[in-house]
Ligand binder design. Structure first.
Ligand code: PLP
Length: 441
C-alpha cells in the first residue's frame, strides 16, 4: 500500500490528463489495456531505453510499448528511415519498393517463402485463421487457454477465463468461454481451448472433431501469462499431429518474432510451422502486422481465393521502418547485446531469489523475460494458482523504482531493447533486491 501511495503521489499530472481525457476519450485511454492501477502513466517522450512521463519522472522502459520497442525510442536508424520516407509521401494504397526488401528479409529469417502485411497483430492472426479455414474448408480451430491473439471473434475465446465468472472446466479439459459479452457463444463453439504444452489435449480435440478442425494457432513461447517455454518436443509433435489430421499449424509470433531470436521462436526452437504471424517489433514503433507462410497456403492469397486486404497494408512509412529494423537495428551485434542484458537480469534475479528464499524463478527467451513467483508455471491454470500478491508487489517495486513494466496481472514480462544499457537492467535487479529485503524484513 505504501508503494502504491508513493507511486500515485508522483503521478499528479497523469491523473489530471486522465480526468481531462475522460470527457471525450472512452475511459480516458486509447486502448482498454493502457489503464492500470493506480492509473495510466501518461508519457511525454522517449529516448534510447528510457521514457519520461507527464510528471517529469524518467523510467527505464521495459514495458516496451507492450513488447514492440525492440529498437528502443528514437533509434537513429528508425528516425532516419521515417524522416526520409515522410518527405516522399506517407500513403498511396499501392506498393513501394521497401515491400520487396522486407518480405525477402522475413523469408530468410523465418524460412517461409511468401508474406503479406497488415497493421496489427490482430489482423495477422485473423488472416492466419481465415487462411487455415479456406485451405481446409473446415470451421473449427484450436487455441491455447489463456493465450491472447488479438481481438477478433475466433480467438477471443478463453483468453483470460476466471472461475468466479462461470464454469471454465477441469484443468486438462478446459471449456471454451467467450472473452466477454462482445463475443458470441457461437464462436466459442468453433474454437476449442486446450492447455498449453498438452499434446494429448490437442489429440483429443482432433479425434472428437473429425474432419472439422482447420488448424491451431499457438504462441510457441507462451507470453500472456509471464513467459512459458514449451515442453521439449511439443511443437514438432503438434505440427505432426495437426498434419496427420489434415490441419495446419500457425504460430502467433506477434510478441516472440524477432525478439527471442532473429527468426523468432521458429528458429529458437527449430520447428517451422505452416504460418507465422508477426507484428509489434517489426514496425520499429509504427503500427504493423505480417503473415508469412508456405507456398501452398500463401498461394490462396496470391490467387485471390482469400482476399487479404487493408487500406494501409504495406504502408510506406511502416515498410521503411521495418526495413531499417531488419537491416540496421536488429543486427547480429544487437542480438549479442540483448543476450548480455538478459543474462545480467537472469543471473542477478536468480541469485537474489535463492539468497532470500523467494518462491519461483526467472524465465526468459531473448529480449523477453519475467519473474514467475511459483515453482511450476506450465499453463494458464498454473498461472491462476500463482500468488497474485507477489506479482502486484513486484510490479509496484519496479514501477515505483523507475522501471516501467506492462500493468500487472497478466503479461508483466519485460522487453529489452537494443538501446538499453547494463545500468538500465541493473536497476531492475536493484528494485528486485529492495522487494526481497522488504518482504523478508
Ligand atoms: N498476439 C499476441 C501474442 C499479442 O500479444 C497481441 C497483443 O498484445 C496480439 C496478438 C494482438 O496484436 P495487436 O495488439 O497489434 O492487435
Amino acid at each position: 500500500e505504501a508503494s502504491e501511495k508513493r507511486l500515485a503521489d508522483r503521478m499528479g499530472r497523469s491523473f489530471e490528463l486522465r480526468e481531462a481525457a475522460r470527457a471525450t476519450l472512452a475511459g480516458g485511454v486509447a486502448s482498454s489495456w493502457q489503464d492500470a492501477e493506480p492509473g495510466a502513466i501518461w508519457i511525454e517522450r522517449g529516448e534510447g531505453g528510457r521514457v519520461r512521463d507527464a510528471d517529469g519522472t524518467e523510467y527505464v522502459d521495459l514495458h516496451g510499448g507492450f513488447g514492440a520497442n525492440l529498437a528502443g525510442h528514437a533509434h537513429p536508424a528508425i528516425v532516419g528511415a521515417v524522416e526520409r520516407r515522410v518527405r516522399l509521401g506517407t500513403h498511396f494504397g499501392l506498393p513501394t519498393e521497401d515491400l520487396i526488401a522486407v518480405s525477402r528479409l522475413l523469408a530468410e529469417r523465418f524460412g517461409l517463402p511468401l508474406w503479406r502485411f497488415g497493421n496489427s497483430g490482430t489482423e495477422a492472426t485473423m488472416d492466419a485463421v481465415h487462411l487455415m479455414r479456406v485451405a481446409t474448408g473446415r470451421k473449427k480451430i484450436i487455441k491455447v487457454e489463456g493465450a491472447y491473439h488479438g481481438h477478433h471473434d475466433s480467438v477471443q475465446v478463453s483468453t483470460f477465463p476466471l472461475p468466479e465468472r462461470g464454469d471454465i472446466g477441469p484443468d486438462h479439459r478446459p471449456c471454451s468461454v467467450p472473452s466477454g459479452p462482445a463475443y458470441l457463444p457461437e464462436f466459442a463453439d468453433l474454437t476449442l481451448a486446450v492447455p498449453f504444452g498438452d499434446i494429448d489435449a490437442v489429440r483429443t480435440a482432433l479425434e472428437e472433431n473429425p474432419d472439422s478442425v482447420a488448424g491451431m494457432i499457438v504462441e510457441p513461447v507462451m507470453l500472456n501469462i509471464g513467459v512459458v517455454l514449451p515442453p521439449p518436443g511439443y511443437l514438432a509433435a503438434l505440427r505432426d499431429l495437426l498434419h496427420a489430421h489434415g490441419a495446419y499449424l500457425a504460430y502467433d509470433e506477434v510478441k516472440t518474432g524477432l525478439a527471442v531470436a532473429p527468426g523468432g521462436a521458429a528458429e529458437l526452437l527449430g520447428v517451422t510451422p505452416d504460418l507465422v504471424c508477426l507484428a509489434k517489433a517489426l514496425g520499429g514503433g509504427l503500427p504493423c502486422g505480417a503473415i508469412g507462410g508456405t507456398a501452398a497456403l500463401m498461394e490462396l492469397i496470391a490467387d485471390n481465393t482469400y482476399q487479404q486486404v487493408g487500406t494501409f497494408n504495406g504502408n510506406p512509412m511502416t515498410m521503411a521502418a521495418a526495413r531499417a529494423m531488419l537491416t540496421e537495428v536488429l543486427t547480429p551485434g544487437a542480438y549479442a547485446h540483448l543476450e548480455a542484458l538478459r543474462t545480467t537480469i537472469v543471473t542477478g534475479v536468480s541469485e537474489l531469489m535463492a539468497r532470500y528464499g523467494i518462491p519461483g524463478h526467472v524465465v526468459s527467451a531473448g529480449a523477453k523475460g519475467a519473474v514467475v513467483f511459483t515453482d511450476r508455471l506450465r499453463d494458464y491454470r498454473d498461472f491462476l494458482r500463482s500468488p497474485a500478491p507477489w506479482r502486484r508487489a513486484h510490479w509496484l517495486y519496479q514501477v515505483g523504482g523507475g522501471v516501467l513494466l506492462p500493468s500487472w496481472g497478466k503479461s508483466e514480462q519485460f522487453t529489452l531493447s537494443v538501446q538499453h544499457t547494463r545500468d538500465d537492467v541493473r536497476r531492475y535487479v536493484a528494485n528486485f533486491e529492495r522487494l526481497c529485503r522488504d518482504v523478508r524484513k
